[in-house]
Design a protein around this ligand. Structure first.
Ligand code: NIG
Ligand code: FE
Length: 413
């Protein structure tokens, strides 16, 4: 007997053919009108027409009628800074008055402002902050989430952040991928001795984090005035050597050769790419590195959006994420990211859905578990209020999510 039978849904899903979706395949969603999904032990065991599945599984005690609402895979958000203490709305106001994001950071605000507050918090406080935010992520349809460190910027506090993430994982149904980004800014104590801090990251933090399995990924803010491509490469190589996977913040504010690193090392993804040049696109394409685009950040910083259309047309696998953080993107909403990607980055609605589900599952290395609604994958799905995925970008600014299931259990409705 199955544990759950979802009936009468309009199912829309990418079909996984063993690699990230690119080019025309990115614009394809399979659909089952009046469809059903059978779930056992948190996994999809059958999917098809309601009539067929009902005949096979009618003895189940738990039947959910989707009432012809759209059913999609839960969103996979592969880039967030969801663990922080305190918000930065005053800096938002300063940016509206004309100060730039980098000016605020260079004056000791921005990320460094969040660092001060994080350092005085306990692990339990951090866990509670993250748990509270996970509730909001579920409400907006996210069922798999990447969370970065990067507001500790010293050994003790980076480990504290990653430990808080590990603690949270045990207390939530959310699937969390932890990323170590000790190189997220230059800590004030190391202002004039960045090399010493890079060494600390490479020689002490990465080995410890890998040994204690506190992170799956290493990340670097590769940016003008922050970490150079050379420093980024050293940090990434140290992570890879210790069996972490790697991703970078690249070409967000200036183009200084960060996405080009994709040709020199093994990156799961280059993220942001607002300022990517032809050489960067070529590097992603040749190396098969994914591009994770963060439209809410461009929107919030009032920057020109990354050219998603050009990246897709160049054959790069594109994923979408929120970049949720208290500075450049204070939004947990993947539906909002999809809306902006469709209206401002030239993605089709289908491409934006694929980018937020299967392609983002590939970025996190979870494509065998999540990202599409197929037999053998986790029963992570969302029901929309309306009958089509088109309502996500079309009903802009309004939460389109009606209910959310994680491994077959309802986590929001
Ligand atoms: O992806 N650019 C670096 N990191 C984040 C912002 C973090 C913050 O401002 O707190 C980003 O935009
Ligand atoms: Fe980020």
């Amino acid at each position: 007997m199955v544990d759950l039978l979802l009936i009468r849904g309009n199912i829309f899903t990418p079909i996984d053919d063993g690699k990230p979706k690119t080019l025309k395949r990115m614009d394809e969603l399979a659909s089952i009108e009046d469809g059903a999904i059978a779930v056992k032990d948190g996994v999809i065991v059958d999917i098809g027409k309601t009539d067929d599945l009902f005949k096979k599984h009618r003895d189940t005690k738990n039947i959910v009628d989707a009432n012809f609402r759209a059913v999609l895979p839960g969103f996979v958000d592969p880039h967030t800074h969801a663990l922080f203490v305190g918000t930065r709305e005053k800096e938002f106001d300063m940016r509206l008055a004309g100060k730039s994001y980098m000016e605020i950071l260079n004056a000791g605000g921005g990320i460094l402002n969040s660092v001060k507050r994080l350092r005085s918090a306990t692990i339990e406080q951090l866990r509670d902050e993250l748990k509270k935010r996970i509730k909001t992520f579920f409400e907006y349809g996210t069922t798999t989430l990447e969370v970065k460190s990067g507001y500790g910027l010293d050994f003790e506090n980076e480990i504290k952040m990653l430990t808080a993430i590990a603690l949270t994982k045990k207390e939530t149904p959310m699937d969390i991928a932890a990323t170590f980004i000790g190189a997220h800014a230059i800590p004030e104590e190391f202002k004039d001795k960045k090399e010493e801090y890079v060494k600390l990251v490479v020689e002490r933090m990465i080995p410890y984090i890998a040994e204690h399995k506190l992170a799956e990924f290493v990340d670097v803010f590769c940016e003008e005035g922050v970490y150079t491509p050379e420093e980024t490469l050293r940090i990434i190589e140290a992570g890879l050597k210790h069996s972490l996977k790697a991703k970078i913040h690249a070409d967000e504010i200036a183009s200084i050769g960060c996405s080009e690193l994709a040709l020199k090392t093994k990156l799961s993804s280059c993220d942001h790419l607002l300022k990517i040049k032809e050489s960067g696109i070529e590097a992603l394409k040749q190396s098969g590195t994914m591009a994770t685009l963060l439209p809410i950040t461009a929107f919030s910083l009032k920057e020109e959006f990354a050219d998603g259309r050009r990246l897709v047309d160049s054959g790069v696998g594109v994923a979408l994420a929120t970049d949720f953080n208290p500075g450049s993107s204070y939004s947990e909403s993947m539906p909002f990211a999809i809306t902006l990607a469709v209206l401002n980055m030239g993605l089709t609605p289908r491409e934006a859905i694929v980018a937020s589900t299967l392609n983002s599952a590939y970025v996190l290395g979870r494509e065998k578990l999540v990202g599409s609604l197929e037999v053998g994958k986790q029963a992570d799905f969302v029901l929309l209020k309306e009958n089509s995925y088109l309502f996500i970008p079309y009903h802009a600014g309004v939460n389109p999510i009606y209910a959310v299931y994680k491994r077959g259990e309802r986590v929001f409705s």
